[in-house]
Design a protein around this ligand. Sequence first.
Ligand code: MRU
Length: 370
Amino acid sequence: MKINGIHYRTIWPHPSDERTIRIIDQRHLPHRFVVEDLVSVQDVFTAIRDMHVRGAGLIGATAGYGMYLAALEASDSKSIDECIEKAAAKLKSARPTAVNLSWAVDKQLEAISTGTSAREKISIALQTAKEIADSDAEYCRRIGEHGVMLIENISRRKGGKPVNILTHCNAGWLAFVDHGSATAPIYAAHDKGIAVHVWVDETRPRNQGAALTCWELGNHGVPHTLITDNAGGYLMQQGQVDLVIVGSDRTTYTGDVANKVGTYLKALAAYDNNIPFYVALPSSTIDWETEDGVKEIPIEQRDPDEVKLVEGWCEDEVKKVRICPENTPAANYAFDITPARLVTGLITERGICNAHRDSILKLFPEKQKR
Ligand code: MRU
């Protein structure tokens, strides 16, 4: 994605010092574009936990580079494998719901274990981190290629009138290394000259829709309108939504979808109004062990202050204001589960399938348990 004409990924090694990993610190967007340097496992842990980086794919890619920094840090120690294992456990604990985090850490552990010296382990870890980031970007590009057909079909049916797509949270370029998942088909359609318009849910409490999705779409010139989280149902009833595309932080191999809290309510409204509801995700987001998403996926609960305080730009600085009485108890469930039966289909890097075990395993036959 281009920012002021310069192509950026959301994470990259420093060009003149690969011991430093650079990220866009998303806490400052859309008000300021800040690049942060990560030089230790602790930096990576903090960046994931405190959401300097966020979104399933980017959390995974950051954890991949975190494991490379872990190998660098461990190289001075006598018990190198133990140090790396410790760092892996620490990184995995940073955020519980996005499965890309443990996927990337486990991929690194397996790769690093093949190295026979500290030097070799470091070099394998760097190479693997780059591969995780590259494959994330490439898979999202392919999600765009597959998903654009859905938009093209609707556009044809509407005689070229804008296709209205509703999305929740930010499953965009900023949530991955490039392209995004839910946004990839949208960018692909826009780039092909298909008229699209995006309804962007603000996505309380952290407002990733308002702050991040609007910023991204605006930078790419995609027409969009910010709406409150509760407006989607009404717009669907009024025929103003042709298609819903959201991302996912974890999807079971049976098709249950964990995504930013509020997604389930959008799926219910879409179902009631006969509107296709698609989930775009790379296979690194599929949880191949969990069968029942509602019962088994851990849902992150974050600081209640994220609910009680709202952050915004005021008189040239970011300010936080409280929106409820001071001692109000608040709960902050960060994700919810949309059961497979409400999902029209999954858009993956290998194509589109039903949110159903057989259909998913048909696309990924190597995951079939013997
Ligand atoms: O808490 P976040 O911002 O890390 O939440 C993740 C998300 O951005 C969304 O749930 C998104 O829709 C799926 S992640 C690609």
